[in-house]
Design a protein around this ligand. Structure first.
Ligand code: ISL
Ligand code: CA
Length: 559
């Protein structure tokens, strides 16, 4: 039985600060902009805000490269703005969770500026190095480097530094107790301000095997799974929990990049005293099993695989607590990937996906803009992109003489910038995000897809989302109840029960643009439909078999 906790009952609303609201006409979202939109956020019924990084950064990777952990990024405002933001969030009975980026710093952080001057510098051991006299460093791949190499030569020290991400994101050396102490002090700095928790970026990568052995690529074909198996990872998480987190009433969620379901419980079982939640990479990895050669994540995906994955992770969490999401700032828009962004099905499928996220067991992480059905922008040319990931992959392919147009086609489906376009508030030029040209293009569908239009339409995606939030918050069974998957082999329908004591719900979701059927295999005569994404549904009660229209979603409750 899961003990109640505020972070279990919360709905987390993720804001990408660069893209939410610009307040000072420079085309970049900022903290004052977020403050001006807090009443909107509150009106959704969500209760925790997670902000992507807001600390000082040269923005090689939009704030995931921090040059000062105790300053606010100039683009976003000042520490006074931050203090006000926190106060205004709390005044509305919401909470604030910050992104904590401690696997790496910026190469412009004073620590690294010092470190790279000489091997005898006190900060040299804050990072990972491979001395040139030992020959070529062992193969380590980088996520973002344009050459793919995670080692970068630094002439002044005659050594290579390690960077799993871009060369402007050197990995910090957690073996060094001083690094850990610096980090704990930094966490306390923010916690003492009164924030309510951390989302921990790339936390699964912080521990390295510092002998840097050759990696057995047959065992770790992706290499990245190897990164997520650092020998001291759990020791560090436990130490952070004991030294810092356990002293505050906060939520901690680790980004579980590279972790598999069988590792999940090790992070989140309460008696291990590590994290509250791990944000797994399942949704990004779901593939179409009939086309196993699909080169990148999720295009196309198979519903059977999606169901299997969510069910597996629900079980694997053990005595811990699941985290539920379908999209974020690193993924394409969930509507385009798991729903259908055509004019015909956009609204109905956006509502279907919302029904899914808000009726699962676990804390839902909702990505801002999904509540109005924002979709992939599908940029046509490389110049439109801002993301270092897309740009560096492009360079790699250009250099290898690969197929550029196939690459660009693929990026339309998967590029991170798809989810980073400015938030669509109204139909004015630049969608009410800014008075000037934004840092990234606005999705041209903003004339119809915006908050202003949807506020006025009782049946909009936005208002449906609000209804769903209320339903989740009125029945604790939808939060804590057991999750039971039905008809796992059904290719179109995702159906499951949520049950606790005498309360029982059935959720039926048609993930396809065709009519579909589900036979849950139980007596449904006492089950009444309490919500549907279709305006009218004739049979409020059914007997054995349920017929679902394209992307139809229903919540049934036993009387
Ligand atoms: O990038 C990946 C694969 O190409 C992922 O597996 C990666 O580990 C994951 O996306 C980590 O993401 C987080 O850290 C990055 C940052 O760019 C992302 O935005 C952030 O969510 C580096 O800090
Ligand atoms: Ca601004």
């Amino acid at each position: 039985e899961n003990k109640p906790a505020w972070w279990k009952e919360a709905i987390v609303y993720q804001i990408y600060p660069r893209s939410f609201q610009d307040s000072n006409e420079d085309g970049i979202g900022d903290l004052r902009g977020i403050i001006s939109r807090l009443d909107y956020v509150k009106s959704l019924g969500v209760n925790v805000i997670w902000l992507n990084p807001i600390c000082a950064s040269p923005n090689d990777d939009n704030g995931y490269d921090i040059s000062d952990y105790r300053q606010i990024m100039g683009d976003f405002g000042t520490m006074e703005d931050f203090d006000l933001l926190l106060k205004e969030i709390h005044a509305r009975n919401m909470r604030l969770v910050l992104d904590l980026v401690v696997n790496h710093s910026s190469d412009e952080h004073p620590w690294f500026r010092e470190a790279r001057t000489s091997r005898s510098n006190a900060y040299y051991s804050y990072y990972h190095w491979w001395p040139v006299e030992q020959g070529r460093p062992p193969l380590r791949l980088s996520f973002f480097d344009e050459k793919g190499d995670a080692w970068r030569y630094n002439p002044r020290t005659k050594s290579y530094y390690l960077h799993y991400f871009s060369r402007k994101q050197p990995d910090l050396n957690w073996e060094n107790p001083k690094v850990r102490q610096e980090m704990y002090a930094m966490m306390k700095f923010w916690l003492e301000k009164g924030i309510d928790g951390f989302r921990m970026d790339s936390i699964s990568y912080i521990s390295k095997d510092i002998d840097f052995p050759e990696i057995d690529q047959t065992q770790y074909p992706g290499i990245f799974e190897y990164y997520a198996q650092g020998p001291r990872l759990h020791e560090y998480l436990h130490e952070m929990n004991r030294t810092v987190w356990s002293k505050y009433d906060i939520m901690t969620v680790g980004e579980g990049s590279g972790e598999t379901a069988d590792q999940l419980a090790l992070f989140v079982e309460p008696d291990r005293e590590e994290l509250n939640m791990l944000y797994g990479f399942g949704p990004a990895q779901v593939r179409n099993t009939t086309k196993p050669d699909s080169p990148y994540t999720g295009i196309p995906y198979s519903l059977i695989a999606l169901k299997k994955m969510f069910t597996l992770w629900d079980q694997a969490v053990g005595k811990g607590w699941p985290s539920i999401y379908l999209g974020n700032h690193d993924q394409p828009r969930m509507l385009s990937r798991f729903g259908n962004d055509s004019a015909e099905y956009r609204e109905i499928s956006a509502k279907m996906l919302a029904t899914f996220l808000l009726t699962m067991r676990g804390t839902p992480y909702w990505y801002a803009g999904d509540e109005i059905g924002m979709s992939n922008i599908k940029f046509k040319c490389i110049e439109d992109y801002n993301d270092i990931n897309t740009k560096n992959l492009y360079k790699q392919i250009e250099e290898k003489g690969g197929n550029i147009s196939a690459f660009l086609e693929e990026q339309k489906q998967i590029a991170r910038d798809n989810a980073r376009t400015p938030f669509q508030w109204d139909k004015s030029l630049y969608a009410g995000f800014s008075a000037v040209k934004p840092w990234l293009k606005v999705n041209p569908d903003y004339g119809q897809v915006n908050v202003e239009v949807q506020e006025k339409a009782p049946l909009s995606v936005l208002n449906y989302f609000r209804k769903l939030v209320k339903i989740r918050q009125s029945y604790t069974t939808l939060i804590y109840g057991k999750y039971v998957l039905l008809d796992p082999a059904n290719k179109k329908v995702y159906a499951y029960l949520r049950e606790k004591e005498r309360e029982k719900f059935l959720i039926t979701l048609n993930f396809s643009p065709k009519t579909a059927y589900i036979t849950p295999g139980m007596d449904l005569r006492k089950a009444r439909m309490i919500l549907s994404n279709y305006e009218e549904r004739k049979e409020k009660n059914v007997c054995r078999r349920i017929k679902l229209r394209p992307y139809e979603a229903n919540i049934w409750k036993w009387e």
